[in-house]
Design a protein around this ligand. Structure first.
Ligand code: GTP
Ligand code: MG
Length: 195
């Protein structure tokens, strides 16, 4: 699947702009700067498909990428801190919530957690929203290359604890580094099995 074509479809700024709900889709959600766009690039072996940057708040639209002919990968704006005016950030957040709770063909939300920071209050809020809308979500821990083994174990434990109170959580956590390629095969396999 990932060896085939991947194409940018469109950037969506409001719910009516979403493409027709005629394919399975998975989305990448997470705090600003957690590594959502980088992960999409790494998964698809494309350096600049999704725009990644060191400036939190880089992705400002819901970006659709067609993976083969039957799936969409969806890159979301980050939540939490972003270097943008409050009113604009609020608009993204509303769009994000509308999308996460109202997209019929959304099969799984990958909630990205920075492995250095663990689950924060804003992550927990998003997870609660996903519980309410009955969207299965799976945690992907990012930037594994940036921490030592001890911190890794401690933060994995913290994430597992946090997931216990979320009925929509898929129990298996995926550990990744977009930089080093760790965990990408596992994640590709998960996406390939979702139909
Ligand atoms: P927003 O669009 O602002 O919400 O951010 P994002 O979640 O899409 O993050 P993005 O992919 O733009 O990455 C943010 C920064 O983290 C960039 O400087 C990336 O190079 C860096 N980064 C992402 N993934 C990794 C990783 O696995 N390892 C390391 N070392 N850096 C990473
Ligand atoms: Mg981004």
């Amino acid at each position: 699947l990932f060896a085939g074509p991947v194409e940018f479809v469109k950037g969506v700024v409001a719910m009516p702009g979403l493409p027709p709900a005629d394919r399975v889709e998975v989305c990448f959600a997470g705090r600003s700067n957690v590594g959502k766009s980088s992960l999409i690039n790494a998964l698809t072996n494309r350096k600049t498909l999704a725009r990644a940057s060191n400036t939190p708040g880089r992705t400002q639209e819901i970006n659709y990428f067609a993976l083969g002919e039957e799936r969409y990968l969806v890159d979301l704006p980050g939540y939490g801190f972003a270097e943008a005016p409050v009113a604009i950030v609020r608009k993204w957040q509303e769009l994000l919530k509308a999308y996460l709770s109202g997209r019929q063909t959304l099969r799984r939300a990958f909630v990205l957690i920075d492995s250095r920071h663990g689950v924060k209050a804003v992550d927990d809020e998003i997870m609660t929203m996903l519980d309410k809308s009955a969207v299965t979500f799976q945690v992907v821990m990012t930037k594994l290359d940036k921490i030592n083994k001890e911190t890794r174990e401690k933060n994995i434990e913290q994430v597992k604890q946090a997931l216990q109170k979320h009925p929509a959580a898929y129990p298996e956590i995926i550990l990744t580094s977009s930089e080093k390629g760790e965990g990408l095969e596992t994640l590709r396999a998960v996406i390939a099995t979702l139909a």
